[in-house]
Design a protein around this ligand. Structure first.
Ligand code: SF4
Length: 62
């Protein structure tokens, strides 16, 4: 199962939201001013969230 780790020291949260906009599985979502991970088990491991994050705050592990 995929493991998605957000480094909140680097993440700009809702001020950015690029990963939440692009995730095709709606796993990364904006909640308040934060990005949160939901239904991690449905992640397709496409890694586009890692590619779009300007702060390299997301790690996706298989
Ligand atoms: S790897 Fe793909 S499916 Fe998984 S959280 Fe990132 S964008 Fe969403």
């Amino acid at each position: 199962m995929a493991e998605i780790i957000i480094d909140y020291d680097k993440c700009d949260g809702a001020d950015c939201g690029e990963c939440a906009d692009i995730c095709p599985m709606e796993i990364l979502v904006i909640e308040g001013d934060k990005i949160v991970v939901q239904c991690q088990e449905e992640c397709s491991l496409c890694e586009v969230c890692m590619d779009v994050c300007p702060n390299m705050a997301i790690t996706v592990k298989d």
